[in-house]
Design a protein around this ligand. Structure first.
Ligand SMILES: *Cc1c(COP(=O)(O)O)cnc(C)c1O
Length: 335
């Protein structure tokens, strides 16, 4: 199974008018820090508040008439996208999530009318349940990242970025299972082979980073993070997102919880925008000086805004945040 830019162009036609054309805005503060124009792709403006609608919409709209319904495992946003797309088609959706998924995300999915199964403490147990349901109830299983239609849908972001700004030299992509990075990198590198595409994850439980280093999919321990949307493994039998990330990503970079915390403050106070921890890892890597100098304009993708408002309030007021066994010492912005 291979994927090409024609699959991404087809996805762009399928989702047109429903999950596309998000704004691309400059960040004056980040541009000043970087020494080159720094642009933010606002996937937080999607109807479900996250880019995952692109892949989910492409997959669900491609199902034949009369399909029984869909199921998936999710860290929250993919489930929300699948639930939204299924509701649009009047189709049943069963979303399987681990107990690590924040309640704000679960509530958002429930509100779209999907059935919810909470199973275990890891993405792996949620995946096992989704696969079981697919067999026992005849539902179509849609992987959050290792599915050709999902990757092609996410890749439409790469098309939009280069259509708007052909002069981009680098794209910073939040990285978990790698569906987003695979699609964006495939699109961007096909259109502009010398662009660099860098995947960014949190430094604990970064499954794709560890797998690329090992040369094969490896399992990681899932831990709570401000970037909860970046949690979970890439699947031992990963067929698509791992090989595509290996082929197309220039590098992967890790950031700490403190750096994510700081970047959420920067985005809020400097750009007046609200986004999840997972969304700001590209900013975090730049602010922490973890990236080589740019040759020209850089873009990052603000992937989602479905955060826990209690946690967010603590971050912007500079308070300590405790997530499971992790405590992030904060400080007020500007202090
Ligand atoms: C899913 C998700 C990601 C990572 O996407 P992958 O395709 O799994 O790498 C990043 N940010 C947010 C907000 C997400 O929901």
């Amino acid at each position: 199974m291979t994927l090409s830019i024609s699959d991404i162009n087809a996805a762009a036609r399928t989702i047109r008018g429903q999950a596309d054309a998000t704004p691309l805005v400059p960040s004056p503060f980040m541009s000043g820090l970087r020494g080159h124009e720094f642009l933010l792709k606002l996937e937080i403006a999607q109807p479900i508040g996250a880019f995952k609608l692109r892949g989910a919409m492409n997959a669900v709209l491609s199902l034949p008439e009369g399909a029984a319904g869909v199921t998936c495992c999710s860290t929250g946003n993919h489930g929300r996208g699948v639930a939204y797309a299924a509701a649009r088609r009047g189709m049943r959706a069963v979303i399987c999530m681990s107990a690590l998924v924040p309640e704000a995300k679960v509530a958002g999915i429930r509100a779209l009318g999907a059935e919810i199964r909470i199973c275990g403490e890891s993405q792996d147990s949620a995946l096992a349940e989704a696969e079981r349901l697919a067999l026992s109830e005849g539902l179509t299983h849609i992987s959050p990242f290792d599915d050709p239609l999902v990757i092609a849908g996410q890749g439409t972001i790469g098309l939009e970025l280069l259509a708007r700004r052909p002069d981009l030299t680098c794209i910073l992509v939040p990285l978990s299972g790698g569906g987003l990075a695979a699609g964006v990198a495939l699109a961007a590198k096909t259109l502009k082979p010398d662009i660099s595409v860098i995947g960014i994850s949190m430094d604990r439980g970064a499954a794709m980073h560890a797998s690329l280093a090992a040369g094969q999919p490896v399992a990681v321990t899932e831990v709570p993070s401000l970037a909860d949307s970046l949690g979970g493994g890439i699947g031992a039998d990963n067929a698509l997102s791992f090989p595509l990330c290996r082929e197309y990503l220039d590098d992967t970079v890790l950031v700490t919880e403190e750096e994510i915390y700081r970047a959420m403050q920067v985005l809020y106070y400097e750009d007046r925008l609200i986004a999840e921890g997972a969304s700001v890892v590209g900013l975090a890597a730049v602010i922490a000086g973890r990236l080589p100098p740019s040759r020209g304009p850089v873009a990052t993708i603000l992937t989602g805004r479905n955060l826990d408002m209690g946690v967010f309030t603590r971050v912007i007021t500079g308070q300590e945040v405790t997530l499971g066994d992790v405590t992030i010492k904060g400080r007020p912005y500007g202090a």
